[in-house]
Design a protein around this ligand. Structure first.
Ligand SMILES: Nc1ncnc2c1ncn2[C@@H]1O[C@H](COP(=O)(O)OP(=O)(O)OP(=O)(O)O)[C@@H](O)[C@H]1O
Ligand SMILES: [Mg+2]
Length: 243
């Protein structure tokens, strides 16, 4: 009986620690995110003012509203990217990572077939990790989205999952345009993007934070050499049976 109480106390402590880790990570990003959201919000406020001031000129009002809509879409995109990270914590549970990878592929199914991407899958059956499945789905989905963005028509996307000692390694490899060497250290920085208004630059920063919160690591290698360009991301997570 005493043992059980101690175990419960440990669990409480562990949960408290996880909560404080979440908050610390959240603090790191909030300043950058507020800055990024502030600019479009100021523009929205100016556009609303102009629309009111020129309410008699329907054409002008329509033009201001169209711009306002575009700026709002920007804010919504940033909020959506961020929600998976700041949203309510779901339970940690043992999950087969192969299933999460399959779900992430389904999410991007339409874009993969539109680009006629060749998919090479090598997933071991039993690779159980203790994760928040929704968060990990977001990570894999971000990596696949980036790969599809970088791939040419008829490119190749390879997903490999294997066990390596007491870890599970998931590799997502594309033969797209690659990341130039001077930029490789920047890709995990919040708001670093080469996609102009098409990207928030939050995908990899959030993915890294999520993987590290799961006591894992995320690494990347890339080449822009003609004829053999491409990018590989590797996520390593502790194997559940080994924890
Ligand atoms: N597989 C890849 N191939 C080539 N470049 C990549 C790849 N993955 C990431 N990058 C580079 O890293 C940058 C940052 O990626 P990240 O996912 O953080 O943001 P994003 O994709 O630009 O925006 P969002 O995730 O909101 O769509 C990208 O803009 C791109 O330049
Ligand atoms: Mg991205």
């Amino acid at each position: 009986m005493k043992n059980q109480t101690e175990q419960e106390r440990w669990q409480e402590l562990e949960e408290a620690l996880q909560r404080s880790e979440r908050l610390a990570a959240a603090g790191q990003y909030s300043a950058a995110i507020m800055h990024e959201i502030n600019n479009p919000l100021e523009t929205i406020s100016n556009l609303a003012y102009l629309a009111k001031a020129e309410a008699d000129d329907a054409a002008k009002v329509r033009e201001y509203l169209a711009q306002l809509e575009a700026e709002l879409a920007n804010v919504i995109r940033i909020a959506k990217q961020t929600l998976g990270f700041y949203g309510p914590a779901e339970a940690l549970r043992p999950v087969n990572l192969a299933e999460v990878a399959e779900s992430a592929l389904v999410v991007h199914g339409r874009r993969l077939s539109a680009k006629q991407v060749t998919l090479v899958k090598r997933l071991v059956d039993q690779a159980t990790v203790k994760i928040h499945p929704g968060e990990m789905l977001q990570v894999l989905s971000n990596l696949i989205a980036n790969a599809v963005d970088a791939l040419p028509e008829k490119g190749t996307l390879a997903i490999r999952l294997r066990k390596c000692r007491n870890e599970v390694h998931l590799m997502i490899v594309d033969d797209g345009h690659g990341i130039p060497a001077p930029l490789i250290d920047k890709v995990f920085d919040p708001f670093f993007t080469t996609k102009k208004e098409q990207g928030t630059g939050l995908g990899l920063a959030l993915s890294k934070a999520i993987v590290e919160r799961h006591k894992g690591r995320i690494r990347t290698r890339s080449s822009v050499s003609k004829g053999r360009s491409g990018t590989a991301f590797r996520i390593s997570l502790p194997l559940h049976d080994a924890v």
